[in-house]
Design a protein around this ligand. Structure first.
Ligand code: APR
Length: 172
């Protein structure tokens, strides 16, 4: 199983994978963080495609082409804003990963790259978010052929170390 999960430290906009997941907001009109980086790299067509969709509820995912990005699709996932943990945040974050994996499986994609959804502006505690991300993906891959590979793309050493510990712990 662990050969189907990669953990890398990189800029997700540079990856030549089938789909990259965007940590979007419910308006789907771009923003800062990874959302801003993806829109800048994809070009203005991405915003136009998002405008067509007209928004996305928290926990859900909407799919667009990736335009000028090396990836083929962008899966716009709207993560929960951390409010202390009693507003359904864990379930909504789990749903982001599961819904993105469902989109990948429905398209029989080989590779999907995830950023650390909700771990920036949305303030989700990193350890809890990483455990959710890792466990959701691990559980999905145990029961599905697609996607063949999931890449967790972290943007700093601290987050990358967190994921590495989880991966190591899973296969004690
Ligand atoms: N590649 C990979 N990861 C990145 C990149 C990048 N180019 N840029 C930032 N990140 C990381 C951040 O370091 C963080 O760990 O992505 C993670 C998610 O952080 P945010 O982008 O802030 O996303 P999130 O916390 O889900 O907040 C979403 O922020 O940018 C706005 O429009 C977005 O309103 C939405 C909110």
């Amino acid at each position: 199983m662990n050969d189907r999960i990669d953990i890398i430290q990189d800029d997700i906009t540079t990856l030549s994978v089938d789909a990259i997941v965007n940590a979007a907001n419910s308006g789907l009109l771009g923003g800062g963080g990874v959302d801003g980086a993806i829109h800048r790299a994809a070009g203005p067509e991405l915003l136009a495609a998002c405008r067509e969709i007209g928004g996305c509820p928290t926990g859900e995912v909407r799919v667009t082409p990736a335009f000028h990005l090396p990836a083929h699709y962008v899966f716009h996932a709207v993560g929960p804003i951390w409010q202390g943990g009693d507003a359904g945040e864990p379930g909504l974050l789990r749903a982001c990963y599961r819904n993105a994996l469902t989109e990948a499986s429905n398209r029989q994609l080989s590779s999907v790259a995830f950023p650390a959804i909700s771990c920036g502006v949305y303030g989700y505690p990193h350890q809890a978010a990483s455990e959710i991300a890792f466990n959701e993906v691990h559980e999905w891959l145990a029961g599905h052929e697609f996607p063949h590979k999931v890449i967790f793309v972290l943007y700093n050493q601290l987050m990358a170390d967190l994921y590495e510990q989880l991966l190591a712990g899973q296969f004690k």
